[in-house]
Design a protein around this ligand. Structure first.
Ligand SMILES: Nc1ncnc2c1ncn2[C@@H]1O[C@H](COP(=O)(O)OP(=O)(O)OP(=O)(O)O)[C@@H](O)[C@H]1O
Ligand SMILES: Nc1nc2c(c(=O)[nH]1)N=C(CO)CN2
Length: 175
C-alpha cells in the first residue's frame, strides 16, 4: 500500500541549497520515493545549539511503499553520502533528513520516533509544513499545524526562495 510521509530537510554548511537539491534528487533516485508536494525554502536561525550558521530548511511530502524504518534508512544513507558528520548534538550539518510524520502512525522504536518528538516546538519545521497542509493534526499538542504556528510565531524563520511552480527543481534555479 502506498503511504504518505512528511520529511524535513535542513542544511547549514557549504552550498546549502545544493545539499537540499541533491538530497531530493537522491531520494527520488531510490525509485521508491515519489515527491508529491514541497514547501518554499526558508532561512532559519539555529535552534538548540546557537553557535553555528543559519540553516536552510524545507519540508517535502512523499508517497512510498517503504516501511517507516526503510524510509528512515534511505534518509540516513543519503545523509552519509552527502558528508554528514555526527559530532555536536543539534550542531552544523551538510544535510539533515528527518521523518516528521508517517500516515497518522505513532512509532516508537530504538531507531525511530514518529511523529518526530521535537517537531511541535520547531517553527523551522511547522511553518514549511503549514504552507503545504496546515490542517494536519498534532496529537501531542492537540491542535493543527496552523494553530501551533500561531502559538510559536514566526521569529527566526524567513522566506528564502518562494515556491512558484510544481517542479521542485525550479526552487534551486532561483537560488
Ligand atoms: N523521526 C525521526 N527522524 C529521523 N531520525 C530519527 C527519528 N526518530 C529517531 N531518529 C533517530 O535519531 C538519530 C539521530 O538523528 P540526527 O543525528 O539526525 O539527530 P539530530 O538531527 O541531531 O536531532 P533532531 O532529531 O532533533 O533533528 C537517527 O540515527 C535516528 O535513528
Ligand atoms: N534552524 C534550525 N535549527 C536546527 C536545525 C534545523 O534544521 N534548523 N536542526 C537541528 C537538528 O538537530 C538543530 N537546530
Amino acid at each position: 500500500m502506498e503511504q504518505i510521509a512528511y520529511l524535513s530537510l535542513g542544511s547549514n554548511i557549504g552550498r546549502r541549497e545544493e545539499y537540499l537539491s541533491r538530497a531530493i534528487k537522491q531520494l527520488e533516485e531510490t525509485g521508491q520515493i515519489v515527491i508529491t508536494n514541497f514547501s518554499s525554502i526558508y532561512e532559519t536561525d539555529p535552534v538548540g545549539y546557537k553557535n553555528q550558521s543559519n540553516f536552510l530548511n524545507m519540508v517535502i511530502e512523499v508517497r512510498t511503499k517503504l516501511t517507516p524504518e526503510q524510509l528512515l534508512k534511505a534518509g540516513l544513507t543519503i545523509e552519509k553520502r552527502l558528508g554528514r558528520k555526527r559530532d555536536i548534538r543539534f550542531g552544523p550539518r551538510t544535510i539533515d533528513i528527518d521523518v516528521l510524520l508517517f500516515n497518522e502512525e505513532r512509532i516508537q522504536t530504538n531507531e525511530l520516533t514518529v511523529p518526530h518528538p521535537r517537531m511541535n516546538e520547531r517553527s523551522f519545521v511547522l511553518i514549511p509544513l503549514a504552507e503545504m497542509n496546515g490542517a494536519i493534526h498534532l496529537p501531542a499538542v492537540g491542535v493543527s499545524v496552523e494553530q501551533q504556528v500561531k502559538v510559536l510565531g514566526t521569529d527566526g524563520v524567513r522566506l528564502w526562495i518562494q515556491k512558484t511552480s510544481e517542479d521542485v527543481y525550479d526552487l534551486f534555479e532561483n537560488a
